[in-house]
Design a protein. Sequence first.
Lengths: 358, 485
Amino acid sequence: MKKTNHIITQNQYIFLLVSAVIGIGIISAPNSLCQTAEQSGWIAIMLGGIYPLVISYCAYLNYKYFGNMYFFELNKKLYGKIGAYLVFFFFFCTILFYEASIIAGFTNLLNSSISSFLPVYLIIFILTFVTVFTAYFGLQTVGRLAEIIFYSSSILFLFPLLTFSKGNIVNILPVISSYHKIIESIPSSFYAYADIELAFFIMPFVLQKNDFKKAGIKASTIIIVIYTFLVFTSIYILGYEVASKIYFTLIYLMEVAEIPIITDFKAIFIFLWSGVVFKAIACNHFVVSYTFSKLTKLTYKKSCLIVSPFILGVAIAMIPAHGRTQILDKIVPYIVPITILYSIITAIMVLIKGRRKL
Amino acid sequence: MDSLSKNIYHNLEKILTHIPNTSTLIKREFLINKKTKAMIIYISGLTNRQDIERHILTPLISITEDIETLPNPIEHIIQNYISIPEVKTIDNFDNITMEIYRGKSLIIIDKINKAILCETSNVPHRSIQESNVEKTLRGGRECFVENLEINLALLQNKIKSTKLRIENYVLGSENKADAALIYMDGIIDPIILNNIKVKLAKLKDIPYVLCTGYIEQLIEDAPLCFFPHAKNTEKPDKVVSDLLQGKAAILISGAPYALIVPALFIEFFQGFEDYSQRILTSTFVRLTRILSALVVLVATPMYLTVLNYNSELIPVKLMKIIYDSRLGIPFPPFIEILIMELSVELLREGGLRLPTPIGQTLGIVGGIVIGDAAVRAGLVSPTTLVVVATTVIASFLIPNYEMALSIRFIRFPMLILAQLFGFLGVIVGFYLLIVILINSESFGVPYFAPFAPLKIPDMKDAIIRFPLKDLQRKPDILTIKKGKK
């Protein structure tokens, strides 16, 4: 086993961003979107794609004006030492919360499908162990994993097409349910894109930035296309009324797929999808460990181990699906605007200070 | 180290402190020009007696001039009397023991504080035969033997390039085994080469190094990893192919194997004849090998999961067949599968050490007779037997023995994970294996390349084989770029 290594390629940067965003959230995204935007949920998620585009562009601006400066150093330069600590503390709490919510969400999914015989605490423990094991060796391992899993599992995104014949064009008509409803549901679509903030942290570790701006746009576009496609397919097949009532919409689609020999395609899908979720959790765990190591001045590896009980605790607390949704609904409306506000203020300051430097 | 003295008996005494004075140590004393005492020392059985007699003793005894009066008597004797092709002069006892054990003959002459070392070795060795382990359908049949010189000659005969480099090493502080590092200068990456050299240099202080397996474990980065990080082969053709791709080979005296470093995971699923076969058939064969490895890893754990926890995964009719076949079986599925798997391992390990005819008998008696009897007795179910037997057959498709052994071993932890956590256990086990593979490096080269990190040009010769003219001679991954952040 090699030592901790955070160096990644530009390609891995793209897939790390994709991996961080596409995890468990995508399975339930149609449900939350259809509740407000109805059959136009897919338009709402597409418009919400502005969030990853803005964040990845801000990361590019950081690179353009301050080169490979570490994110912590950049914050110190812009907001002072205390400011940098506050920013890192905010991201530490936010990403820890996201990570725990993915673990809790996936635990619920496993518990309601292939692992119903296992206690939820044990599932959470296994998932946390797997995450720590992956992130422990550094960003390079997570980056390589993101790259290989994306390529090998990209076919999964087409699996809903297996049930496409059961869909009806009427389900998505009229295309615009209501402009007001679409705009209203855009903020909730931001949660789907949460974790794109990873771009700020991993940017300095990219080895060769030949076309860094394009890399960010490419990652955001992949994410937006996948989300829009899956939400559209779910609405097309199930209709918005059914989609808004089934929490794990994508899993339900797989459940109704008819494949010879396999009676329960849902289990196979979860088996294959778990790699996607594991790498999403690992991306989060990297950020949590990295921010913690900066806050406490501990080594990355020690931080990686120390934060795991916190994640375990928060994930257990978020196990009841209803409670988790309530917590998410209360916290996310604050987290996302703060992140956007921070990103824009940082971008403006970077532009001002960076130009002055030039 | 001590220098040679002018007294022949004093020198002999010194030599005898390093070499046991047994009947195999020959000390033949004779006179040069009927007055100067001389002695030839060698080990019988390791030397060619005819050469000694014809090219050393006969000419030296027939000398009629007074060598004691000559200004450079040793050089004079070498130039005028000894007709052995490889001769050198020594003036101290450095490495004398090692040279004599290599089969060389030492000539010491009274009143001269120098000695002559003649290459007279004739170390007994096997003749070059066809490999019993690595069978090839298309390709050279010859394989390495235990003699280092012959092995090096086999390689030199196949690579007539000015880039070929052979560096000699003596490994093990006690057994002082001769070894050689072979590489192609200008093709191998200097960082990889340096990495190998540094690690090999450390082996000088290890008490003994007996074969390539020792070297492999002593120089690899992660000896505790499940998977082999270096390739062992007894085929010179394979070594040549790897050398030309920018790898290095290590040969050691006494081992009919070459150790090739660095090695990538996917290479263990590639056969040498893949490049001689048609493109489509060789690609199909490679896919079959990968599939077989997956079958070995997950077939029994999945079967166990279906039996124990997730029977909803397969159609009811199929489940009924499995259920009916297990009626009356006294063991739980996990124990039943474990017994079967262990029995197979016992038969395999037993058959491996036995001579071929007896090994075959063991296979037939063990596999068919006992298997059938166990099913009839109701100890195991026929479906379990089918699943386990399929995994056994699948394991034989993996062309590299070490890799096949590793994958066979991994199915046991996978089985335990499946028993403990069901389907989730299989998922987690498989995922952890991928992380381990991604994290591993073989002499600085990512082990799971070209998949992670992704190297598109190298993918042309990974699972799918492109036409030979499209293949790069040297994979991209074998060039280490020193990047700065």
